[in-house]
Ligand binder design. Structure first.
Ligand SMILES: Cc1ncc(COP(=O)(O)O)c(C=O)c1O
Length: 383
């Protein structure tokens, strides 16, 4: 076993969730998905694909019709005219992040992660053999915030990749356009690959779409944008996402896609086409549901005297800090064992988060309200 792999630890999410993953007694707020089944028109498209015999290998960078649909969608949402050669569909968004990590870092190279961060990112970068460090968002005036200067200060001579995720899992922070401009300038100057994880681009509550590097980065820029179907269209189990990269990377992406997965599953790609073509109302419905859920969370946890919770601007997580929580893992274990609610322990989202926990609020409002009542009871019991 390579030492880099031997050293990887299961994420705190897997640690707490896997032993009781499908237990019907647990209200599961630990994983990044809701309780809404994928919409019927998307399921029907995939069923038709099976019946029509689309059961063969697909292109390693995705079916041409799917890439066309992605281009049409991105052009419409961002008001751009994207070069189709920059689009690849290697499998899930997670696969896109894996390929971006493989292309940019490895042994002897450093990757900088904007944290708090989803734990899979740290493991994916470490698995390449890269050295990893973090630059942390902090709470200022009750909002999550990060200065581009902090990122610039954290860059090292051996930094080859910066990972940023906005809207952010777990904080709900949305990166301002000006920060993206500064980051892009930095990465151009230092030839650092900027990996921009935009999977929550439509899960935003005060606008239609979050600021994206897609409107800023040209084909010459060292930028890889990762996005996908899991969140905006409620398609987590479909394992489908896309990458936008410089056209000159296309061959390398195709080669790596062959190595890792030989491309995205054929049948699922038809669901993706349907989602992009006919899914705008669905995106809006889900977003409205999540906005209501966020308000419920703020109403309960936002008012608790021992909880500090900046209002999430996007994504579907709350990342409260609880005074006197002790260990976040012990808190999550107690909440699970005694109250049958699953949350993710804060420690797993990068350094300095052990007073936090993360909950996913993409749940039906009744179930969420019940879970929040139990969470408050657990916090109060630890007073
Ligand atoms: C920040 C972030 N990036 C990427 C992903 C992976 O998305 P996918 O399901 O498309 O692999 C997730 C899933 O939770 C996520 O939270």
């Amino acid at each position: 076993m390579r030492p880099e792999i031997e050293d990887l630890e299961p994420s705190g999410i897997a640690r707490i969730a896997l032993p009781r993953f499908t237990d019907p007694d647990v209200i599961p707020l630990w994983i990044g998905e809701g309780d809404t089944i994928t919409a019927e028109f998307i399921r029907e498209a995939a069923k038709r694909a099976i019946d029509e015999g689309h059961t063969f290998y697909a292109h390693t960078r995705g079916r041409a019709e799917l890439r066309d649909a992605i281009k049409a969608y991105l052009d419409r949402v961002y008001g751009i005219d994207l070069d189709p050669e920059r689009i690849s569909v290697p499998g899930s968004s997670m696969m896109g992040i894996t390929l971006a990590a493989q292309m940019s870092v490895g042994h002897g190279r450093h990757a900088l992660i904007v944290s708090p961060n989803w734990p899979n990112i740290e493991n994916t970068l470490r698995a390449t053999g890269a050295d990893v460090s973090f630059v942390r968002q902090r709470v200022e005036n009750g909002r999550w915030h990060l200065d581009a200067q902090d990122i610039i200060a954290a860059v090292r001579a051996d930094t080859h990749a910066i990972y940023i995720n906005s809207p952010c899992n777990p904080t709900g922070w949305i990166v301002p356009q000006t920060t993206l401009e500064s980051l892009l300038a930095l990465c151009r100057e230092r030839n650092i690959v900027l990996i921009s994880d935009e999977v929550y681009h439509r899960t935003v509550f005060d606008r239609d779409v979050a600021p994206s590097l897609i409107t800023l980065a040209g084909d010459d820029d060292p930028v890889i944008i990762v996005n996908g179907f899991s969140k905006a269209w409620a398609m987590t189990g479909w394992r489908l996402g896309w990458m936008i990269a410089p056209a000159r990377y296309a061959t390398h992406i195709a080669v790596l896609s062959e190595c890792f997965n030989t491309g995205a599953p054929s049948i699922m790609q038809f669901g993706g086409i349907a989602a992009l073509r006919d899914g705008e109302a669905l995106v809006e419905t889900l977003r409205t549901q999540y906005a209501g859920a966020r308000d419920i969370v703020m109403e309960v946890l936002g008012r608790h005297p021992r909880v500090a919770l900046p209002q999430p601007e996007g994504a579907f997580y709350a990342f409260p800090r609880v005074d006197g929580i002790g260990s976040s893992l012990a808190f999550a274990e107690k909440l699970l064992q005694e109250y049958d609610v699953g949350v993710a322990p804060g420690y797993t989202f990068g350094p300095d988060n052990d007073e936090h926990f993360r909950l996913c609020f993409a749940q039906s409002h009744g179930r969420l309200t019940e879970a929040l009542g139990r969470i408050v009871a657990c916090i109060d019991a630890r007073g």
